[in-house]
Design a protein around this ligand. Sequence first.
Ligand SMILES: [Fe+2]
Length: 402
Amino acid sequence: MPSYVERKAIRKVPGKVIGAVPLPKPKLIEGFGKRTLVGEICARKEYKSVLLVTDETIFGLKLHEKILHSLDEHGIKYTIFHNISSEPTIDIVDEGRKIAIECKADVVVALGGGSVLDSCKIIASGAKHPHLPIKHYLHKFAIAEGGSLPMINIPTTAGTGAECTVGAVVKNEDGTKNSTVVIGLDIVSVILDSELLIGAPQEITKWCAIDALSHGMEGLLADVDSDSEDIHKSRECVRLIMENLPKLLNDPKNIEARQATLLAAHYGGNAINTQLAGYVHAFAHSIGALYHIPHGKAIAWSLIPIIEAQEYMCYNKMACLAKYCHIADKNDTAPKAADKLVGALKALLDMCGLEKGCELIDTNDYDKMTEMIDADSINYSPSRTLSDSEIHMLLDQIRRGF
Ligand SMILES: [Fe+2]
């Protein structure tokens, strides 16, 4: 386990490394019902055999059927693989890869949330390189020269941004989660179709949206050299969620608001790719793993304490964001504007009905959790390195509530 001094010394390394990873540049298609364009896209690209990958729930809801009709209209053959579970194992992913090879797929259409999208990154890359063992995709970086099969990614949640991220999380043989950066993904199109989200349960809508917001927020606060486009996208991610999540809490069928949260999540994915996440995610991962709390909910509990712990290092970044989101006045001092941003985030979490404090956290687990958080934190470039005693204090704050 790296010591505090070691963690502090290597703090900026992940930000430098991620800057060297080639990123996919998909064409973005947005709009209600736009997944019906899949057939046209495939015909234009002259794809002959499609592997459509989804999960049992989406398959059961028949959300894939409009895609099949569009492929039928263009005379393109397809195979369906709908075995992806919420926490896919490498064996299931390997099954998908074998089917892609058998049906001679020349494109993979991924329809689903983060689990489906992440699985498809390995299926699309693995099918292009059948000689590579599936375990190749359990390394920290999976480089496959020559890229992947082309992918058309269609998210069914507005949260992870996994439709454009280069990371893939799957379970390895012993059941532990494994995160891999897949190098050389060929994501040709991303379709943000709000029709897929209209019937989503409110619990999914709100915590996925808070997860998306945290990606933009953590990206902005990371100590990474970001260009102006990435900063703009991360600010838009936060603004779009802050403006549109309250609308969805009142009216889940608001199509424009659904579409806006999908775009926010997509920009959040860009933040993960270019700026990385940070301590909010490190805390949420340990809380989620130990107490089986959904990722977005664990993020919601962790967000305010961790942001406040970094606030004094990030006054200017937070003030710029607050002014961009019209939460602060242009004449506010940086600390005042940053405080207004934290206040607005607290109000949003209140609106979502977040319970005060995560009571499931057991104080006896603090040491174990601190180890997990320390280990996870070296994947990010946060604005400052937290000591173990600070992590204990923050866990206590998350447990008691803010
Ligand atoms: Fe996340």
